[in-house]
Write a protein that binds this ligand. Structure first.
Ligand code: TXA
Ligand code: MG
Length: 318
């Protein structure tokens, strides 16, 4: 059931249930991080491998320090500048975080979301909320309550509807190794924005199936229809226009019916493109009769870097 009742969402979470929860990035599949039954339900509903750990969500920095250590002044600077917001910190965990949540790792991923409904829910709870993106493992992340309902609606009692997600891409994940900041997943806070606060950071998002490597499974965010990335105009002549979908940055193509095309931002705005990316992939994936989606990369700057990362992982399946 979809609704806007904050108290209902709070009550379900207190009872150990798992619900759909809006954040500014994507919708989460939320449960009490301190309740082993709730955590087990999250892994089951998502069909997620147990070795893939969960991000926990808290209302503010004070709450964060109850569950993790802040090992560096730079992390604190980033937290002060970008939270609440789409930045996740990978930090040494305290003993009160169950190993089930971190898949046995000594580090826990924590974020402080800024979506007002999510903030309202978190501030009424005395436990942290674990929430991976609310999609079946490996599929496109949901950016509306309806997306969650379409795939997981029959498995969970409630989805709190906070409208379409403002950012549209998952949070950026950052941690520290030997005093150096490392970005493990590109996301809603750009590398440029991070570097404007703490100087140069390392980026290590290489694909891996190793649980120490957050969000880096090479094949991910994938629609059922295959994706090919390249120069759309050049790739089109070999394709059957009736069976081809197009996900473009800012143009439409005459060779293909308009209904088979999704343009991320007609004005070429990267923030808007990020907002629309997962919606566009879902739209094309639901058109009957397509056997291929052609797509192109966007400029490699700002949120464009995270968009390109998701496109490459979506295409890695084909
Ligand atoms: O924006 C977001 O971060 C969304 C919203 C719902 O908050 N959540 C999200 O969660 O994207 P999820 O589970 O779909 O992606 C989190 C990634 C996973 O790839 C996981 O492997 C990694 O973070 N991760 C979580 N905890 C970790 C840990 N302790 N150590 C290493 N990687 C971790
Ligand atoms: Mg996910």
């Amino acid at each position: 059931m979809i609704g806007t009742d904050i108290q209902k969402a709070v009550d379900f979470l207190k009872q150990g249930e798992v619900i759909g929860l809006p954040t500014e990035t994507v919708y989460g599949l939320a449960g009490n991080a301190l309740n082993p039954d709730a955590i087990t339900k999250i892994f089951k509903v998502k069909n997620r491998p147990r070795f893939n750990p969960l991000i926990i969500h808290l209302p503010n920095i004070d709450a964060l320090t109850q569950y993790a250590m802040i090992p560096s002044e730079k992390i604190l600077q980033l937290a002060n500048r970008f939270t609440p917001g789409p930045l996740t910190f990978l930090l040494p965990k305290r003993n009160n975080i169950p190993d089930l949540v971190t898949a046995g790792s000594p580090r826990v991923a924590i974020r402080i979301p800024r979506h007002p409904l999510c903030q309202a829910v978190l501030s009424k709870l005395d436990f942290p909320v674990a929430a991976p993106s609310a999609n079946p493992s490996g599929y496109i992340s949901p950016t509306t309550a309806q997306h969650v309902a379409q795939q997981l609606g029959s498995k969970i009692p409630y989805i709190l509807d906070g409208g379409p997600c403002e950012v549209g891409l998952e949070s950026t994940i950052i941690g520290i190794e030997d005093e150096n900041l490392v970005v493990y997943r590109k996301g809603g806070i750009s590398i440029e924005a991070i570097e404007s606060v703490v100087g140069e950071v390392a980026v290590n998002t290489h694909s891996s199936s190793n649980p120490e490597s957050p969000g880096r499974l090479s094949q991910h965010y994938a629609p059922a229809v295959g994706i090919q990335i390249g120069n759309i105009a050049r790739l089109l002549p070999d394709k059957d226009p009736k069976k081809t979908g197009i996900l473009s940055f800012s143009t439409y193509y005459e060779e293909v019916p308009r209904t088979h095309q999704y343009c991320l931002s007609s004005s070429g705005n990267l923030d808007e493109a990020a907002q629309n990316l997962f919606k566009g992939l879902r739209y094309l994936d639901n058109i009957a009769g397509l056997d291929l989606i052609l797509s192109e990369l966007v400029p490699e700057e700002g949120l464009g870097r995270a968009i390109n990362d998701r496109l490459r992982r979506a295409a890695a399946k084909t």
